[in-house]
Structures are given as structure tokens and as C-alpha cells.
Design a protein around this ligand. Structure first.
Ligand SMILES: Nc1ncnc2c1ncn2[C@@H]1O[C@H](COP(=O)(O)OP(=O)(O)O)[C@@H](O)[C@H]1O
Ligand SMILES: [Mg+2]
Length: 232
């Protein structure tokens, strides 16, 4: 077992639909074998519908492989209970999505503090941790403002701050710049590059080829298969 791997997938297949039911099974990922080391930025690229979000959902323990094994930080996830998978998710993983998923009418601080809810932190701990994370994404001065007053780029930085509360080793981002104009998108991408440089394992799904090149390594998905796994 390699302790320096964030993820190790062996022959992972993901099929949607019930193979015993009337709906045909759709194979979204086919026999994917790959390793993602700890630290740095890994980009996952490929056309729409190729299986990128499916792959990220498996990495994030939001879904289970139909076949194959998936290890996170050396631990096998295939055979463990849903409760244990929840614990692994809460302890080690942070999530950032294209649509931000923030509470628009609440303050920036309230939103970031949500990130500490499932990590067993007390309220004062969550407050100080949230402020520390807002500082890291350059939004400390916006902590008392409502999310609805922020730009798209600022909202995504709030979502990143929320994901970082509790110090997850891994940040999983699905098209984090997909809803942003190019300037805001670049600012968010720069932030993710900086976080990756600080030792966090950042995995970013993108269909924007200019973002793909930011990664220390790039995984290319096509029609449910990993066709390329390049280190730059
Ligand atoms: N819950 C689901 N049920 C059935 N098919 C799905 C489901 N989720 C995704 N798919 C299909 O799997 C394929 C890959 O989807 P997805 O991983 O979202 O692609 P991407 O993120 O690369 O655009 C698509 O054809 C999609 O329609
Ligand atoms: Mg997707």
C-alpha cells in the first residue's frame, strides 16, 4: 500500500440504471485504473458527457463503483459501511461545485461556518476557523456581507473557504470556473493552484482546455475511458 497516494483506482466501472430492471444500463466509466498522488493539482478533462463528474463523484465517495476498487489515502472504500464512508468524506474531503451552493440571504461567515458542522468543531472553533479560511481566500473584509451582494468569483471563493474548514487533505472541484467570466475564472483557478502548492491535493474537473494546462497532471476522459494520464 502506497501512503503517498491520495487516490488509487483499479478497474473501476460505473454503470447507471438497474441491470435487473427494465431500464437499460448505461456504462458511464469503464475499467478505469489510475493513481493520484498526494499534493498538487490534478485536472480531469474531456468532452461533456464523457464521465468526468461521475469520476469525481466516485473520488468523493458520493457514489460507489459498480465494479473495481477505490482507495483513498491508502484506505479501501469498497468494502466499508456507508457510515464509515461518511466519516472519511467529512474528515478528508472538501467539495466545490460549479453552482456554488451557498445560502444567498445569509452572511459570508455563516456560509463558511457550515463547513465545520460535520467535523465536530464547537461554534467558537468554527468561527475562528471560518475567519482564517476567509483570510486565505482574500475575503475576510466581506465576512458580514450577504452572499447575494457578492460577484460570482467572490461566491466561488466563499465556497472554497467553506470547503477548507476542517483542513481536508483533498479538495474536489467540479467545473469550479464554469459559471464565471474569464477574469473571475482565472482568479479562482489561481487560488486553486496556490492551494495545491501549499500541499492540499486538488482535483479539478474542467472542460476548459486553458484550465487543464494549470495542472501538475491531467487525466483525460473520453466516452467513459481514461485515455490519457499525463504529468506536466
Ligand atoms: N444518475 C445517472 N443516471 C443515468 N445516467 C447518468 C447519470 N449520471 C450521469 N449519467 C450519464 O453518464 C454519462 C457521463 O455523465 P457525467 O459524468 O455527468 O459527464 P461529464 O461530467 O463529463 O459531462 C452521461 O452520458 C450521462 O448522461
Ligand atoms: Mg460534469
Amino acid at each position: 500500500m502506497d501512503q503517498d497516494l491520495a487516490f488509487e483506482l483499479t478497474d473501476v466501472t460505473k454503470a447507471y440504471g438497474d441491470p435487473r430492471g427494465h431500464h437499460p444500463t448505461f456504462v458511464a466509466l469503464r475499467r478505469v485504473t489510475l493513481r493520484i498522488p498526494v499534493g498538487g493539482l490534478t485536472t480531469i478533462v474531456g468532452p461533456s458527457g464523457s464521465g468526468k463528474s461521475t469520476l469525481l463523484g466516485l473520488l468523493g465517495l458520493l457514489d460507489r463503483p459498480t465494479e473495481g476498487t477505490l482507495r483513498i489515502l491508502g484506505q479501501d472504500t469498497s468494502t466499508v459501511s456507508e457510515r464509515r464512508r461518511c466519516a472519511l468524506r467529512g474528515q478528508h474531503l472538501g467539495f466545490v461545485f460549479q453552482a456554488f451552493h451557498l445560502m444567498a440571504h445569509r452572511t459570508v461567515l455563516d456560509n463558511v461556518m457550515v463547513g465545520g458542522l460535520y467535523r465536530g468543531l464547537s461554534r467558537p472553533e468554527r468561527t475562528s476557523e471560518a475567519m482564517r479560511r476567509l483570510e486565505a481566500v482574500g475575503l475576510r473584509n466581506k465576512s458580514t456581507g450577504r452572499v447575494e451582494t457578492l460577484s460570482g468569483g467572490e461566491r466561488q471563493r466563499v465556497a472554497i473557504a467553506r470547503a477548507l474548514v476542517g483542513s481536508p487533505e483533498v479538495l474536489l472541484c467540479d467545473e469550479p470556473t464554469g459559471n464565471l467570466d474569464s477574469r473571475n475564472g482565472e482568479a479562482v483557478a489561481d487560488l486553486l493552484v496556490r492551494l495545491a502548492g501549499s500541499g492540499i491535493t486538488v482535483v479539478m474537473v474542467t472542460h476548459d482546455p486553458s484550465m487543464a494546462g494549470l495542472g501538475d497532471r491531467t487525466i483525460t476522459v473520453r466516452d467513459g475511458e481514461v485515455t490519457d494520464h499525463a504529468t506536466s
